[in-house]
Design a protein around this ligand. Structure first.
Ligand SMILES: [Fe+2]
Length: 233
């Protein structure tokens, strides 16, 4: 029954927040490893290739999933054994799930770093990602409230129509003027999920705390359009 409500939620609001607090122990272990890895990357004065992604593009604040294989496999198990997989099976009506290895990233968003305030302007992920996907955003600190979060817009058929008839910039203008948005608070033990067609942006105003998280992208098993490196969930 809960699943039906979650599907209604994601269709109505553009996102759904799911509870994974049964795995809080695993999450806090992973969180410590991720924080340590970012600390190493920040202190990396030699610009080692291991942290290339992080040091060369400070505005993104990201590290690849495979930099921490133990966290990758722990999160994979959490997703697989939690409401998140149940939800995805039902949402896509599929019996097989995959996850993206190269489009899943660890993130470090420090609101006091001006470089990071410029990144992730309003967009939807299908602009750079073919096929169906759900971005499962898992906080190790938090999203929203004092942490940089996500501004998420409701799905809108009119916006799609404007985009197809005119162009992207008209669609965005309409969206920003007339479509409801929200900036949910997501604490550790929960995750926020949204699909590839939902407009969102990083929220950075009036933030004081650093957000550390994992963006873990899951895909339906039959997703042939997806070109990236993927593995079975
Ligand atoms: Fe995005």
């Amino acid at each position: 029954m809960k699943l039906k409500k979650y599907i209604k939620d994601i269709n109505a609001n553009g996102f759904v927040i799911l509870d994974i607090s049964d795995f809080n122990n695993e999450l806090s272990k992973s969180g410590l490893l991720v924080k340590k890895m970012f600390q190493e990357a920040i202190n990396d004065s030699k610009n080692t290739s291991k942290f290339e992604h992080f040091t060369s593009r400070p505005e993104r604040g990201s590290l690849d999933l495979d930099i921490l294989p133990q966290v990758e496999s722990s999160v994979k198990e959490i997703i697989k054994n939690s409401i998140v997989a149940e939800f995805a099976f039902e949402y896509w009506k599929t019996n097989k799930l995959m996850y993206s290895k190269d489009f899943s990233k660890f993130r470090y968003v420090n609101p006091n770093n001006p470089e990071q305030l410029k990144y992730a302007d309003l967009h939807y992920d299908a602009q750079f990602l073919a096929g169906k996907s759900i971005n499962v955003c898992i906080p190790f600190t938090g999203y929203g409230g004092p942490y940089p979060g996500l501004e998420i817009y409701k799905k809108s058929k009119i916006v799609k129509l404007i985009r197809n008839t005119f162009n992207e910039s008209y669609a965005k203008k309409y969206l920003q003027l007339f479509v409801k948005k929200s900036e949910p608070f997501v604490e550790v033990g929960k995750c926020i999920c949204f699909t590839q067609d939902v407009y969102h942006k990083r929220s950075v105003e009036n933030k004081t705390m650093t957000r550390i998280n994992l963006e873990f992208r899951i895909l339906p098993g039959n997703n042939i359009e997806f070109q990236g490196n993927k593995a079975e969930l």
